[in-house]
Design a protein around this ligand. Structure first.
Ligand code: HEC
Ligand SMILES: [Cu+2]
Length: 338
């Protein structure tokens, strides 16, 4: 019976450790699988401190088990064992060893704290991105390139990208787990952070400060491109959407957009608006930062943003404003915004 209880206990512990570890067995970029030098430095610090901790743990447990087995009370023991007190040698050993370990831990930690905390936003060789957190979306501005965009953070591979991070309403926090640590986005304050990516691809980004009802849906994507693809993206973003739309279907959609949406959504990336700039929307990974970018989701979003993202207060619902046909035309138009 006792044995069964023990096995149950083991099983519970195993399950718990799996749950706590998030069961992440994928190859996805994460702090434990970083895709850039910042994340790699931080992983080194994590491994170093874990290594030292496990080393200490192993030694302490080994001594502990040795002591309880070797000095276990025997049947023949009638008295207390001989009581000893004070040992210069031992005291020096257990003072000096921790000092050495703390030093090994402290030196790289302090060095990296300064290196990773450096403000590179004035450096002409880095790409500067201004990040603004809003309930519940991300604005990304590229002042050097005169580009204003949202939700997809497009960046070139193997290049340092410096971020100036702030917020427009409440506290948010900017984080791309695959690239490195996070940084608070605070209204009225500009925090700085930098990342670099060493592989191309799409990485997950998140808001990591509880900021309201849809905090958990305040996601974005970091799209890492080869330098030449990035240059093409910049060029595309700077090409204005034609004033006159030739395609008849699209022209109708554009008309509906002009009447209902353009007061909030710019479609010219060189124009800073107050709400998400929709230039390049067709190429975005997601709708509203977290839904697959397809016609169905776009339509559902326009019909009622609040249904998808509870608490969105700035974008009205259009399900009772526009007809089904108008919505379809609008979706088609949005899908032409490249
Ligand atoms: C009063 C301002 C306002 C109006 C009008 C408005 N929107 Fe929005 N829209 C927003 C805001 C704010 C968001 C971001 C909400 C969020 O994600 O939290 C948004 C988000 C979006 C997104 C998602 C953008 C992305 O990159 O994922 C789309 C698409 C969109 N709106 C389309 C439209 C269309 C189409 C219309 C017109 C029928 C429209 N909006 C009208 C304020 C507005
Ligand atoms: Cu947030």
């Amino acid at each position: 019976m006792k044995r069964r209880k023990f096995m149950m206990f083991l099983l519970m512990m195993l399950t718990l450790s799996l749950v706590l570890s998030g069961c992440s067995f994928t190859e996805e970029a994460s702090p434990l699988n970083p895709q850039g030098s910042v994340g790699e430095s931080q992983l080194f610090l994590i491994n170093l401190s874990l290594g030292i901790m496990f080393g200490v743990l192993a030694v302490v447990f080994a001594l502990f088990f040795y002591a309880i087995i070797r000095f276990r009370r025997k049947k023949s023991d009638k008295d207390y064992p001989e009581q000893v007190e004070g040992s210069h040698k031992l005291e020096i050993i257990w003072t000096v060893i921790p000092l050495i370990l703390i030093t090994i831990l402290a030196v790289p930690t302090v060095i990296y704290a300064f290196v990773l905390g450096e403000d590179l936003t004035e450096d002409p060789d880095v790409l500067l991105v201004e990040v603004v957190g809003h309930q519940y979306w991300w604005e990304f501005n590229y002042p050097q390139l005169d580009i204003y965009t949202a939700q997809d953070l497009v960046m070139p591979v193997d290049k340092t990208v410096a971020f100036k991070i702030t917020a427009s309403d409440v506290l948010h926090s900017f984080w791309i787990p695959g690239l490195g640590g996070k940084m608070d986005a605070i209204p009225g304050t500009e925090n700085v952070l930098y990342y670099d990516a060493n592989t191309t691809g799409v990485l997950k980004g998140k808001c990591v400060e509880l900021c309201g009802q849809s905090h958990a849906l305040m996601d974005f994507k970091a799209v890492v491109l080869e330098q030449d693809e990035f240059d093409t993206w910049v060029e595309d973003m700077k090409t204005p959407y034609p004033e006159e739309v030739e395609n008849v279907e699209l022209a109708e959609g554009y008309e509906i957009f002009k009447n209902n949406c353009i007061s909030c959504h710019a479609i010219d990336a060189t124009q800073k608006g107050i709400f998400p700039n929709l230039k390049g929307f067709a190429n975005r990974e997601t709708v509203a930062g977290f839904k697959d970018n397809n016609a169905e989701e776009i339509k559902a979003w326009i019909e009622d943003p609040n249904k998808m993202k509870p608490g969105v207060s700035d974008m009205p619902a259009f399900e009772n404003v526009l007809s089904d046909e108008e919505l379809d035309k609008l979706v088609e138009y949005l899908q032409s915004l490249d």
